[in-house]
Design a binder for this molecule. Structure first.
Ligand code: GDP
Ligand code: IMO
Ligand code: MG
Length: 430
């Protein structure tokens, strides 16, 4: 038996969806533990692409239970649309495959309106959020005025809580942000409709997962976003509003840390970032454009172009440490097929000083410049390679370099978006 946590090791979009889909074969339950529909996890099965925002990426495997843990924030409309989309494709034939914890916080219309209006008002200082209401929903959770799924399915409680909170939200929208106020009746009508449809998925993540553990089953915990977007350990304030690192898997599902066995960080063979914020190895040149084009780097949630840059071992070492990572999955290796040389950042230079650790002070980070080591590219197509020893020597050298400078073994290498374009070096469930 093994319980495995998957986390993004960079700024998101590392290919978590693909890796979770692959690993689901070994698991009985797949659980999301934080974030919301700011996530966009892409799965490619055969030639069919599926993008999931809320439902765990194990859902394409019939018979595997997918659980949305209490740490997630849930937009009911998006969730129901996602279910509909999956059913239309022939998935999720049995509704008991999907469970949502009653303590997930509900994203309300005012959360989305405030998120978007705040970003607009911030101008050049904006965070570049996905505009899905994620931050304002987590603010209300921590501020103890949130509405949870258990509240939503109880009409009296829902109406009471909404009545308490809405005047403050409307004050903020109208008086501070210059946006129209929202009508209570319209919200009640819309959300009562969702509640009726959501009831059948209601459950308790902690009870179900701990029962599963007692029965000797394997659980896969699916992180969203990335370690550098973590609200505590990321590049604050340019982060998301949840604990994206492995510790979040415990608080976000109600499973104790002693049951966690492996922590696998997903990292691209280079780096991307959507939204604003520091990115020391960013390439604002033709090389960056080449990476963006070869990697088709456009957001799965908002369609925004992703910023691109060379692999950053300083940032990755930070993620290895804060997660207690036991292995790395290196994705999108094939994107580097056609590069004469490939750079990896091994340290930062800060005012003439060499830094090997990721600076936790934003003012220092913004003044850091990458120190690179340059490796030769393999200049051949590796997208059909399925065994590690079939990889060209220079691709192996690149992977070895990553392992050496991050101190973490690469246990999976992805060479294309499809399931069959995967080299498994070590099975974390074995
Ligand atoms: P996630 O948010 O971490 O699940 O990642 P996204 O789905 O947002 O972005 C990853 C993108 O890269 C998706 O379009 C995947 O289909 C694609 N992808 C995943 N692994 C590979 C790979 O090894 N090679 C290539 N070329 N594309 C990949
Ligand atoms: P997946 O799970 C990449 C980024 C946004 C913005 C910041 C805050 O697909 O890897 P938010 O809407 O969360 O308040 O935005 O976080 N962001 C992501 N970037 N991948 C994601 O998810 C992201 N989710 C949020 O672009 O910079
Ligand atoms: Mg994504």
């Amino acid at each position: 038996m093994a319980n495995v946590i998957i986390v993004g090791a960079q700024w998101g979009d590392e290919g978590k969806g693909k890796v979770v889909d692959i690993y689901t074969e070994n698991a009985n339950d797949v659980a999301r533990f934080q974030g919301g529909n700011n996530a966009g996890h892409t799965l490619v099965v055969g030639n069919e692409k599926t993008v999931l925002h809320l439902i765990p990426s194990g859902i394409l495997h019939p018979g595997k239970r997918c659980i949305i843990g209490n740490g997630v924030v849930l937009d009911p409309k998006i969730f129901l649309q996602e279910i509909e989309g999956l059913k239309a494709k022939g998935y999720l034939k049995d509704d008991s495959q999907l469970v949502v914890d009653g303590n997930v916080h509900i994203i309300m219309p005012y959360h989305k309106a405030i998120d978007i209006a705040r970003e607009k008002a911030s101008g050049a200082r904006k965070i570049g959020t996905t505009g899905r209401g994620i931050g304002p929903t987590y603010e209300d959770k921590i501020g103890r005025r949130g509405i949870r799924l258990n509240d939503l399915v109880n009409p009296q409680v829902f109406a009471r809580k909404l009545k308490e909170v809405l005047p403050e939200k409307n004050f903020m929208l109208e008086k501070f942000l210059g946006e129209p106020a929202l009508a209570e009746e319209a919200i009640i009508e819309e959300y009562t409709g969702y509640a009726l449809q959501l009831k059948k998925y209601l459950g308790c993540a902690s009870t179900l997962l701990n029962q599963s553990i007692r029965e000797g089953h394997n659980i896969l915990f699916e992180g969203a976003q990335g370690s550098l977007l973590d609200v505590d350990h990321g590049t604050y304030p340019y982060v998301t509003s949840s604990s994206t690192i492995s510790g979040g898997a415990c608080t976000g599902t109600g499973v104790g840390p002693r049951f966690m066995d492996e922590i696998i960080g997903i990292s691209k063979a280079y780096v991307t970032r959507v939204g604003e914020g520091p990115f020391p190895t960013e390439l604002n040149d033709a090389m960056g454009e080449k990476l963006q084009k070869a990697g088709n780097e456009f957001g799965a949630t908002t369609g925004r172009p992703r910023r691109t840059g060379w692999f950053d071992a300083v940032a990755l070492r930070e993620a290895v440490r804060t997660n207690g990572m036991t292995g790395l999955a290196i994705t999108k290796m094939d994107v580097l097929n056609d590069f004469d040389t490939i750079k990896v950042c091994t340290a930062y230079s800060y005012k003439g000083e060499l830094l090997e650790d990721f600076p936790r002070d934003f003012e220092v980070l913004r003044e850091c410049h990458p120190v690179y080591e340059e490796l030769e590219g393999w200049k051949s197509d590796i997208s059909t390679v399925t065994e590690f020893d079939q990889l060209p020597e220079k691709a192996v050298s690149y992977l070895k370099k990553i392992e050496e400078i991050t101190g973490c073994p690469a246990i999976l290498v992805s060479v294309g978006p499809r399931r069959d374009q995967t080299i498994q070096v070590k099975n974390p469930f074995a």
